[in-house]
Design a binder for this molecule. Structure first.
Ligand SMILES: Nc1nc2c(c(=O)[nH]1)N[C@@H](CN(C=O)c1ccc(C(=O)N[C@@H](CCC(=O)O)C(=O)O)cc1)CN2
Ligand SMILES: [Mg+2]
Length: 290
């Protein structure tokens, strides 16, 4: 039976580390790090995540600047707000909660964020910096996955890693991070032929496709480490109820792998902890504090 990787506990430890870092920062800089969170519209899941981010920020001793705009906000008004936040010296990090309403071009808005305040690591500049080994911000979910992997496995050098999913937010940055750790990296996707065979050679599997329980236990190499990024809401056994499942068939994976992240309580909590980590790093860079 595999070990369950407790992302919730790891994230709590990281948040405490950040809190201590914030105290030290404030003593030197004479101010707290500031994070601006922008939410457009009423998407209920987004509202929950933004509330959690605000609470996590305050608990860590950071300033949280919340901007909740109505769903019908124009792209021009949103871009104007980003411009103001870029220029605001009290703001070290800017986060625009995704998804945005359909009438707004997400790419245009993300690209408007100053890369030195891009604590979500979503701008082209941040992606380019990661790909070329320069200092910058790494998207929170893949950064959290990497932290869990390094905590579990130590040195990742020479390991074979398969990432299932090629999104700009998870799959691609995850590949860059694992390449930097000297893994042999494969990105699998919807057109990959014989996915079971590809996954079967992997010491590390990162599943980020958004398809409930798509990765089967029988596909895994015995002893593999499995990181499940999926958060899928599906009908539960009890009539009218739902439950969360990942992209990996968890019970099956537990029979074959050495370690597996659960859903919930695996990768998800790392996303917000890494956001705090990136915000503190942004504040330190802006103030020239090592
Ligand atoms: N600007 C951003 N938008 C979005 C991001 C992001 O990183 N930046 N990621 C997701 C949403 N997200 C944070 O914003 C997020 C998703 C899930 C979790 C989490 O802890 N999930 C729990 C389960 C929660 C539940 O019960 O529903 C878990 O996996 O244990 C945290 C943050 C999209 N948008
Ligand atoms: Mg859109």
């Amino acid at each position: 039976m595999a070990d369950i990787i407790d992302g919730k506990a790891f994230a709590a430890g990281l948040r405490e580390e950040v809190r201590e870092g914030v105290t030290a920062f404030a003593a030197k800089a004479g101010r707290a790090p500031g994070l601006a969170v922008v939410l457009v519209g009423e998407d209920p899941a987004s509202a929950v995540y933004v509330r959690s981010k605000h609470k996590a920020c305050v608990t860590a001793g950071m300033e949280s600047f919340e901007h909740h705009l109505p769903a019908e906000t124009s792209e021009a008004d949103l871009l104007a707000l980003i411009g103001q936040l870029n220029a605001d010296p009290a703001v070290d990090g800017i986060l625009v909660q995704l998804p945005l309403p359909k009438h707004i071009d997400e790419t245009k808005v993300i690209e408007a964020i100053d890369p030195d305040k891009d604590v979500d690591g979503f701008t082209t500049a941040s992606a380019g910096r990661l790909a070329t080994g320069q200092d910058g911000f790494v998207a929170c979910t893949p950064l959290g996955c990497l932290m869990l992997l390094k905590d579990r496995l130590g040195d990742l050098s020479g390991k074979s890693a398969v990432i299932v999913g090629r999104s700009n937010i998870v799959g691609k940055p995850m590949a860059m991070l694992l390449l930097k750790e000297s893994c042999t990296v494969t990105i699998a996707h919807s057109r990959t032929q014989d996915l079971a065979h590809v996954i079967g050679g992997a010491d590390i599997v990162v599943a980020a496709v958004g398809r409930p329980e798509m990765v089967k236990g029988a596909w895994l190499k015995p002893g593999a480490t499995v990181i499940d990024v999926g958060i899928n809401r599906v009908p539960a056994a009890e009539e009218g109820k739902t439950k969360l499942v990942g992209d990996v068939a968890f019970d099956e994976a537990m029979e074959v792998a050495a370690a597996v992240t659960p859903v919930p309580g695996g990768v998800g909590p790392m996303t917000i902890a890494c956001l705090l980590h990136n915000t503190l790093a942004a504040a330190k860079r802006r103030e020239g504090i090592a």
